[in-house]
Design a protein around this ligand. Structure first.
Ligand SMILES: Cc1cc2nc3c(=O)[nH]c(=O)nc-3n(C[C@H](O)[C@H](O)[C@H](O)COP(=O)(O)OP(=O)(O)OC[C@H]3O[C@@H](n4cnc5c(N)ncnc54)[C@H](O)[C@@H]3O)c2cc1C
Length: 408
């Protein structure tokens, strides 16, 4: 039985801890703020199993200038952050070739194929099966041009068994009567699902682990020396094995070992409207504008946006407001008053693949981070893979594409 320390109490770190505890290890989780409010708590609640296409695709670079100058646009970059962003951005742009897209899609599809196999037992263990709504997701398009431009990606998804059913605006409105006339074309992806409250999953998982003897330690990891994790504010913590699952902050910790990961905080925003005045029965993606609306327990959560401003800049909640305003284009009855605004740091790698595997420098350090837009979806599978690696078992899927060495 090894003494395993997991850094990070988000969905990925807790999923790793859960799988390791199930294997009989003695596990502890370290977090600056275990019950905190990081990415895993306020996300859009989607189990986005069709999200297997990387973000950098051919043609994207041409859209970027238009998005950057649109105050309601899906992308913003703070100029002061550009020098630090440059290496990530250059690699991101280099990944935007069709052959790279196909390679990365193949890798992400292996995670997608396993997602429910690992999520369902986890929800079952937490007594949260009733929180999973397997009702699909509707992608709506305002223009035929946007709809047709996405067909090559939906075709790629279909190659991996993901169902993408085309429909017109009328049929989409029959499914979701709150949609207005701007929803002219749609794609239904029935394998997608959503949960009632992503926060409840991490909260319940933390309590479940504590009840099984896995302590949550409050503290900040600052480095690794020998068999000890150095913490900024407390005594060093000894370990036999260490799992780094610190979300968007993981690159800093990997760097202390000399491992390089091109990971950035892709800051996302949302507004949760407790009384939206409209009802959706499933998650809706407004495809051309890259944002979503999900009916969760607390109301309608409208979220998206990609802001590159680093880990420390204060949030710009005007982006949350912009998304709520934009949503009225598609949901004419939407009432945007009384919403709660939130920002989270998506841990996003330059090639959209997570980092899952062993450090090439130390056999006792494991990486589990970089899940970008899909940490809730692929976190439980990552936990299983890390437990398999720690135990020396053959992993359930080929993890070579997720090795940190790809960023050397
Ligand atoms: C607007 C938005 C919508 C999203 N929607 C979805 C969705 O619908 N479906 C989906 O699957 N995903 C979604 N995501 C992405 C998903 O939320 C993330 O991929 C996921 O939460 C990442 O989990 P994590 O555990 O890696 O990181 P986090 O949740 O960020 O957790 C990392 C933890 O590590 C801790 N930590 C960091 N550094 C240290 C340190 N040095 N010492 C100690 N502790 C440390 C932090 O305090 C934090 O608690 C969305 C994200 C955003 C922003």
């Amino acid at each position: 039985m090894s003494r395993i320390l997991v850094v990070g109490a988000g969905i990925v770190g807790l999923s790793c801890a859960h799988a390791l505890v199930q294997d009989g290890h003695s596990v502890a989780v370290l977090d600056r703020d275990p019950p905190g409010d990081k990415c895993s708590f306020g996300n859009a609640a989607g189990i986005g199993v069709t999200e297997i296409i990387p973000a950098s695709v051919p043609g994207l670079a041409w859209k970027v200038p238009r998005w950057l100058f649109d105050p309601l646009g899906p992308l913003s970059v703070r100029i002061a952050h550009l020098p630090r962003l440059a290496p990530w951005l250059l690699r991101f742009l280099r990944e935007g070739r069709w052959d790279r897209v196909e390679t990365h899609t193949r890798a992400l599809a292996t995670l997608s194929a396993r997602a429910y196999d690992d999520l369902l037992p986890l929800l079952g263990a937490l007594d949260l099966m009733g929180d999973l709504h397997r009702v699909g997701c509707l992608w709506v398009y305002e223009t035929r041009e946007g709809f047709e431009a996405d067909q090559r990606f939906h075709a790629l998804r279909r190659r991996y068994g993901l169902v993408c059913d085309e429909m017109g605006g009328e049929e989409a409105r029959r499914l979701e009567p709150a949609l207005g006339p701007n929803a002219r074309h749609a794609i239904m992806t029935p394998q997608w699902s959503h949960v009632s409250d992503p926060r409840r999953i991490v909260d319940r998982l933390r309590l479940h682990l504590e009840a099984r003897g896995c302590p949550m330690i409050k503290g900040e990891a600052t480095g690794i020396t020998g068999q000890e994790l150095v913490t900024g504010d407390g005594a060093p913590l000894p370990f036999d094995r260490l799992v780094i699952a610190a979300g968007a902050w993981s690159g800093r910790l990997a760097a202390t070992l000399g491992d390089r990961a091109l990971i950035e905080s892709e800051r996302g925003y949302n507004t949760t409207l407790p009384a939206p005045g409209v009802t959706l029965s499933r998650e809706v993606i407004f495809a051309e504008r890259a944002f979503v609306a999900t009916p969760i327990e607390a109301g309608l959560r409208i979220g998206g946006a990609a802001e590159f401003a680093g880990l420390d800049a204060p949030p710009n909640y005007a982006r949350s407001d912009a998304l709520a305003t934009l949503a009225r284009r598609y949901l004419p009855g939407l009432k945007t008053e009384g919403g709660t605004r939130w920002m989270g740091h998506r841990p996003t790698t330059a090639d959209s693949l997570p980092v899952i595997g062993r450090s090439p420098r130390r056999g006792d350090v494991f990486y589990a981070f970089g899940h970008g837009h899909t940490g809730l979806t692929f976190g439980p599978t990552t936990g299983r893979l890390i437990a398999e690696l720690v135990a020396g078992r053959t992993t359930s899927l080929d993890i070579t594409p997720f090795a940190i060495e790809r960023f050397r």
